[in-house]
Design a protein around this ligand. Structure first.
Ligand SMILES: C[S@@+](CC[C@H](N)C(=O)[O-])C[C@H]1O[C@@H](n2cnc3c(N)ncnc32)[C@H](O)[C@@H]1O
Length: 270
């Protein structure tokens, strides 16, 4: 995608502007997954990240597959409402496509703050009455939960799945990711679920992780790599379904392949 004009407003968004001189994590992730919703600055940053931390590309692909397995699992558990936080640029295996294979009336509220991701999602979803796209910062749960695309679509008196997939590693400790996630979960009734994935180190060395993080420091949302224990703490109070917190490519079962550098889990809210 070529957009020579810096700071152009993007049609289909709330008027937020896109700075094409600064790499963005939504568009870098799109590049890792083979998408076209990225600019030269994103591709350059993504290539720099891949050069120092090749595992990042593998994490992206495995994370997307984890998301698909999780949504299918939740559908089988009877969930027909999804709040997808940091939903990203639409790509293969979007949450609404998977959910609608199980239940064509499933409702999906996508939330992302990135203008290109939001514009692409809105363009794709123009004919989908049970799917909304809200441009918002997930660090403000009260605003997100009150937004028309969320409050007007999801019935929070019935079970919901809160998806926090590959998003909380863009939320620094100072913003209290645990409190943010808990606020969303507390808004959902018993019988709801939360699903999380998060970058970590399994096979990657600290120095590889630091070199990758250096690249992400040039984006507006630097990457926070947390330990397994720190990620587990984000899910405190949730009853994790089997197998608990596992490398994303070993959820729900160990494939025998080398673990991805990120953990994932699904928790039930009681
Ligand atoms: C790596 S992508 C994950 C996309 C999708 N959840 C998945 O797992 O395939 C992370 C997304 O989170 C979004 N994001 C990061 N920080 C955010 C924030 N504070 N509020 C809303 N979206 C955010 C980015 O714009 C990006 O689209």
């Amino acid at each position: 995608m070529d957009r020579p004009d810096r700071d152009d407003p993007i049609p289909g968004t709330t008027g937020a502007r896109v700075d094409t001189s600064v790499p963005n994590v939504a568009r870098m992730y799109d590049y890792y997954l083979g998408g076209a919703a990225n600019f030269a600055v994103d591709r350059e940053a993504a290539e720099r990240a891949l050069a120092v931390t090749p595992e990042i590309g593998r994490f992206a692909r495995m994370n997307r597959e984890f998301l698909g397995r999780v949504v299918r699992y939740l559908c089988e558990r009877g969930i027909d409402q999804f709040l997808d936080l940091g939903s990203g640029v639409p790509t293969v295996g979007n949450v609404h496509e998977i959910a609608h294979q199980h239940d064509p009336r499933a409702r999906i509220a996508y939330v992302d703050h990135e203008s290109v991701a939001v514009a692409h999602a809105r363009a794709l979803l123009v004919d989908e009455p049970d799917v909304s796209v809200t441009q918002a910062d997930i660090r403000r749960p009260a605003e997100v939960l009150a937004a028309p695309g969320v409050a007007g679509l999801l019935d929070l008196s019935r079970p919901v799945a809160v998806l926090a997939v590959a998003i909380l590693h863009f939320v620094p400790d100072s913003d209290e990711p645990d409190r943010i996630l808990r606020t969303y979960c507390d808004a959902c009734p018993p019988g709801s679920f939360v699903a999380l994935s998060h970058a970590s180190m399994t096979t990657m060395t600290k120095s590889e992780a630091h070199r990758g993080q250096d690249v992400y420091r040039s984006t507006p949302t630097p990457l926070v790599v947390r330990s397994r224990d720190e990620i587990a703490a984000l899910l405190d109070g949730c009853e994790l379904v089997e197998p608990g917190l596992a490398p994303i490519n070993h959820w729900p079962s160990d494939t025998g392949e080398s673990p991805a550098n990120g953990y994932g889990a699904v928790g039930e809210l009681r």
